[in-house]
Ligand binder design. Structure first.
Ligand code: UT7
Length: 322
C-alpha cells in the first residue's frame, strides 16, 4: 500500500502587518479595534501590494516548502493550487506557479476552487493521486489575495480578511502520514457567502465583491466543522483525545473556540493565527500549519486534525500523522 506524508511545509505573508487601527484609518471605516478584536480575535493582517498576484505568494511559500522537504522543483510531478483569487480567469495560478518555479517536466498543474475549504480539498485530491501510484511528489498550495475582492466600504467584511500563501510537499511514503480525509459540499447555501459578479465579454459585471451573511456562516461553520472532524476521526479509528493539534480554517477565533469545545479538544491544542493573519481563505490552514511547525509547536510523529469550511458551501477535514 502506498502511503502519503507531508515532507515539508512553507508559507509567505506579503509586506508588513496592517493593524486594525491602520486599516480603519486608511479606509475611513466606522469601526473600532475593540469591536474587531472582541468579535473576531483579529488584530492585524497582511495585504499584498499592487501588482503582486496569487502566484507570486504561492511561489515564495512553495520555495520554502521545497527547501524544508529537501526537494528541488524538478522533483515535483503534480501541482495543485487552492485559490478563489487566481492571477487570471485562466491560465490557472498552478500553471503560472509551475513556470515560475522553472518546472519543465510536464507535471500536471491545476487550481481547485473550494474557497476556504480549498486546501483540504487539494490535499485530499493530491493524496488520491499519490495513493494510486500515478504520482510521487505533489506540491499542494493555498494562496489568496482576498484584498482584491473586498468592498472597503463594507465594515462587516473588509476587516476580516488578509492575503498570504501556505504550501506543503506531499510524498509517497512507506509509513502512514495522511490517515483519513473527508470533503463535502452543499450548493443550496450559495447565497450566504459569495462574490456574485460575473465575467462577461472579458469584463466583470454585477457586484465583484465578497458578500456574506456573517451570522448564518458562523452557525453553519461550527456545525459542519465538528461533524467532519468526527467523521475523519471515526474513519481512522481514533478519538479527539489522540489529536495533538487541531488546525482549523482561521476565520474567527470564536468559531475556532466553539469548534474545539464541541470536539472536547482543549483550547491550548488549537493552533490560532487568525489574530495575526486575519482570514486568508484557502491559505489559512497551510499558513497556520507552517507557522506552528516553524514555531516549534508541531513535532514529527504528532497527530494533526486539519479542517476547513467556506463558500459553496464546502467543508472538509484531514487527519494525519506529521
Ligand atoms: O471563511 C469563512 C467565512 N467567514 C466566516 O467564517 C465569518 C463568520 N461570521 C463571523 O465571523 C461573524 O458573524 C462576524 C465577525 C462577521 C460578525 O460578528 P457578529 O457578532 O455576528 O456581529 P453582527 O453581524 O451580528 O453585527 C453586530 C453589530 C451590527 O450592528 P447593529 O445592527 O447591532 O447596530 C453590525 O452592523 O456590529 C456591527 N458591525 C460592526 N461594528 C463595528 C459589523 N461590522 C462591524 C465593524 N465594526 N467592523
Amino acid at each position: 500500500m502506498i502511503h502519503t506524508r507531508i515532507s515539508g511545509t512553507g508559507s509567505y505573508l506579503p509586506g508588513e502587518p496592517v493593524s486594525n487601527a491602520a486599516l480603519i484609518a486608511a479606509h475611513g471605516l466606522d469601526s473600532s479595534g475593540e469591536w474587531i478584536v472582541e468579535r473576531t480575535g483579529i488584530r492585524s493582517r497582511h495585504l499584498a501590494a499592487e501588482g503582486i498576484a496569487c502566484s507570486d505568494l504561492a511561489l515564495e511559500a512553495s520555495r520554502r516548502a521545497l527547501d524544508a522537504a529537501g526537494r528541488k522543483p524538478a522533483d515535483v510531478d503534480l501541482i495543485i493550487v487552492a485559490t478563489s483569487t487566481p492571477d487570471f480567469v485562466f491560465p490557472s495560478a498552478a500553471a503560472l506557479l509551475q513556470h515560475k518555479l522553472g518546472i519543465t517536466n510536464g507535471a500536471p498543474a491545476f487550481d481547485v476552487q473550494a474557497v476556504c475549504s480549498g486546501f483540504v480539498y487539494a490535499l485530499t485530491i493530491a493524496e488520491k493521486f499519490i495513493a494510486s501510484g500515478s504520482h510521487k511528489c505533489a506540491l499542494v498550495v493555498g494562496a489568496e489575495v482576498f484584498s482584491r475582492i473586498l468592498d472597503w466600504k463594507d465594515r462587516g467584511t473588509c476587516v476580516l480578511f488578509g492575503d498570504g500563501a501556505g504550501a506543503v510537499v506531499l510524498e509517497a511514503s512507506d509509513t502512514p502520514g495522511l490517515l483519513a480525509s473527508a470533503f463535502h459540499a452543499d450548493g443550496s447555501h450559495h447565497g450566504i457567502l459569495s462574490v456574485p459578479g460575473q465575467i462577461c465579454g472579458g469584463v466583470a459585471t454585477g457586484d465583484p465583491f465578497l458578500r456574506m451573511d456573517g451570522q448564518a456562516v458562523f452557525k453553519f461553520a461550527v456545525k459542519v466543522l465538528a461533524d467532519v472532524a468526527n467523521e475523519v476521526l471515526a474513519a481512522a479509528g481514533m478519538t479527539a483525545a489522540q489529536v495533538d493539534w487541531l488546525i482549523p480554517h482561521q476565520a474567527n477565533v470564536r468559531i475556532l473556540q466553539a469548534t474545539a469545545k464541541k470536539l472536547h479538544i482543549p483550547p491550548e491544542k488549537c493552533i490560532v493565527t487568525v489574530d495575526r493573519h486575519g482570514n486568508t481563505s484557502a491559505a489559512s490552514i497551510p499558513l497556520a500549519l507552517d507557522d506552528a511547525v516553524r514555531g516549534g509547536k508541531i513535532q514529527r510523529g504528532q497527530h494533526l486534525l486539519l479542517e476547513g469550511v467556506g463558500g459553496g458551501f464546502t467543508w472538509g477535514a484531514t487527519l494525519l500523522r506529521f
